[in-house]
Design a protein around this ligand. Structure first.
Ligand SMILES: *[C@@H]1O[C@H](CO)[C@@H](O)[C@H](O)[C@H]1NC(C)=O
Ligand SMILES: *[C@@H]1O[C@H](CO)[C@@H](O)[C@H](O)[C@H]1NC(C)=O
Ligand SMILES: *[C@@H]1O[C@H](CO)[C@@H](O)[C@H](O)[C@H]1NC(C)=O
Ligand SMILES: *[C@@H]1O[C@H](CO)[C@@H](O)[C@H](O)[C@H]1NC(C)=O
Length: 298
């Protein structure tokens, strides 16, 4: 026979064990949450995949498909947003630039307005698909420059299978620093001219391409060398001379005009004037820019 006292104590102890057990479970759940968050914040880009194989066959490009799930885009909140354009948002994640789609950007908003006659849900799917397709196309264009020292290495990518996971699209490349007016003007004149020459040589090596929308913002510095980071509006050219004139005019506007006088050595005014005249006559080519820099940088 168990006395009421013993029964009371044993019940109370059982209650205490339950309570302590309950608290322990809560604490470990909380720990799990905290430490998972912590791990995500500090681990170097987990689960991002290197491209296994990229094969070129004529104008075709085959990228080996992988099944593994990429990082959830929510994890990007631990990365710092460093830029935003019409189609994409760029984050800095531990020294790597990660591009994801801009699902509230101008590109998507314009598309949503255009497809007015369909249901909102359908419209949103179509527009997301267009957006992802254009980002994939740009990434593939980037890989067709294979090996060019002024095209960033593709560290990792994820192409979503359909529009329902469109947000998961991402492309990672080494992080660069923008080439803005201040950084250009604070450079030594000779270094500035050498930078322009690097870009001129890049355009000359790729003379079979037409870069319709060439701008200074499309380049960043990685390891002291300018790199092209924007691959929209690039196709093969039908007329190399016409493309060279187009590219030279864009380089002149964005890198030479306003910049060539600052810190220039004496006695090159005639060369600068000759360059300006060629631009005005729509005759300046990449070869002219290259010759000019060769002549004035000794
Ligand atoms: C997917 O992940 C597994 C385990 O991490 C790995 O063994 C496998 O090679 C990966 N597959 C691809 C195609 O990346
Ligand atoms: C870039 O310019 C520097 C300085 O002129 C030169 O040493 C280097 O070889 C150039 N690199 C490329 C890839 O054009
Ligand atoms: C390439 O783009 C330019 C400018 O956007 C365009 O004029 C030209 O027709 C295009 N060429 C080809 C082959 O698509
Ligand atoms: C190529 O472009 C140049 C410069 O615009 C022009 O003079 C030339 O006639 C073009 N060539 C052809 C084959 O269209």
């Amino acid at each position: 026979m168990v006395s009421p006292m013993v029964r009371f104590v044993s019940h109370t102890m059982f209650g205490c064990v339950l309570l302590v057990g309950f608290i322990l479970v809560q604490v470990s759940l909380l720990r799990l949450l905290i430490f998972d968050g912590f791990k995500e914040a500090t681990s170097p880009l987990p689960n991002l995949h290197r491209i296994d194989r990229v094969m070129r066959r004529g104008n075709e490009l085959l990228i080996e498909k992988y099944e593994n799930r990429s990082r959830d885009p929510m994890e990007l909140r631990w990365c710092k947003k460093i830029g935003e354009g019409w189609t994409k948002v760029v984050y800095e994640c531990e020294g790597v630039a990660v591009k994801v789609p801009n699902t509230v950007g101008k590109n998507l908003r314009d598309c949503l307005e255009k497809e007015m006659d369909t249901s909102l849900k359908f419209r949103s799917e179509v527009c997301k698909r267009h957006l992802i397709e254009s980002l994939i196309k740009d990434t593939i264009t980037m890989t067709t420059f294979d090996g060019d020292p002024m095209v960033p290495e593709l560290i990792a990518y994820h192409f979503p299978a359909d529009s329902s996971t469109a947000e998961r699209f991402q492309v990672s490349t080494p992080l660069g620093t923008p080439i803005d007016t201040i950084s250009l003007l604070s450079m030594d004149w000779v270094d500035r001219m050498k930078l322009v020459q690097n870009i001129t040589h890049f355009m000359q090596r790729n003379a079979d391409r037409h870069f319709a929308d060439l701008r200074r913002q499309q380049f960043v510095m990685i390891n002291s060398l300018p790199h092209l980071i924007d691959f929209g509006d690039i196709n093969f050219t039908a007329n190399r001379t016409a493309s060279s004139i187009h590219h030279a005019a864009r380089l002149y506007d964005d890198f030479i005009d306003h910049f060539v006088h600052v810190g220039a050595p004496g006695g090159i005014d005639r060369e600068i004037l000759a360059l300006a005249k060629l631009v005005n006559r729509h005759e300046l080519t990449l070869d002219h820019i290259d010759e000019f820099i060769e002549k004035v940088v000794k």
